[in-house]
Ligand binder design. Structure first.
Ligand code: 5GP
Length: 189
């Protein structure tokens, strides 16, 4: 009997489209889905827990991880902080025959496509650019300058939709989550 190797699914999409919200919904409603915990140099937001939402590390530690080849992909996001996927846990998860999910930015998704072309690439799209802008303002966690920076990134990222295997429109978080886990081959409930 041949076994199909477990697949990696990469969820990417523009800033503020709701990737974090969809990830949180996956965590709470589908705890059986293994979600990679990224390393980042950005400071934790209120409520974020080290080791759960991110591994919060300093610039030196991040550089050490890059130099040691410990990251599957990494990127400077919004021209500012560094974010990267620790390679070991992802490889261990796939080696055990279980699917894994990464929620990363577009630059990271392109790196994963280069190194793991068999992965499945899913683009989370906003219902419209206006809606994306509204969500970014509504979140209220960034100042005006940071919002502009993120919107500029989002404009470029929206144009990348056609590079992806699947597109999910995030008009409703639970519906988007259900579509994602069903693409991963996990039964929805
Ligand atoms: P936030 O600061 O809002 O948590 O995340 C900012 C952006 O960084 C989001 O677009 C998120 O998808 C992206 N991101 C989070 N973790 C990673 C990672 O490990 N690698 C890459 N390339 N991007 C990431």
């Amino acid at each position: 009997m041949t076994t199909t190797p477990a697949r990696l699914t990469v969820l990417a999409g523009p800033t503020a489209v709701g990737k974090g919200t969809v990830s949180a919904d996956v965590r709470s409603r589908y705890p059986e889905v293994w979600l990679s915990v990224s390393a980042t140099t950005r400071a934790p937001r209120p409520g974020e827990i080290d080791g759960v939402h991110y591994h919060f590390v300093g610039t030196q530690e991040f550089e050490r991880m890059v130099d040691a080849g410990e990251l599957l992909e990494w990127a400077v996001v919004h021209g500012r902080n560094r974010y990267g996927t620790p390679r070991g846990p992802v490889e261990a998860r796939l080696a055990s025959g279980e699917p894994a999910l990464l929620e990363i930015d577009l630059q990271g998704a392109r790196q994963v496509r280069a190194s793991m072309p068999d992965a499945r690439f899913v683009f989370l799209a906003p219902p419209s650019f206006e809606e994306l802008e509204r969500r970014l303002v509504g979140r209220g966690t960034e100042d005006a300058e940071e919002r502009e920076r993120r919107l500029a990134t989002a404009r470029v990222e929206l144009a990348a939709e056609s590079e992806f295997d699947h597109v999910i429109v995030n008009d409703d978080v639970q519906r988007a989550t259900d579509e994602l886990v069903s693409i991963m081959g996990i039964a929805t409930r």
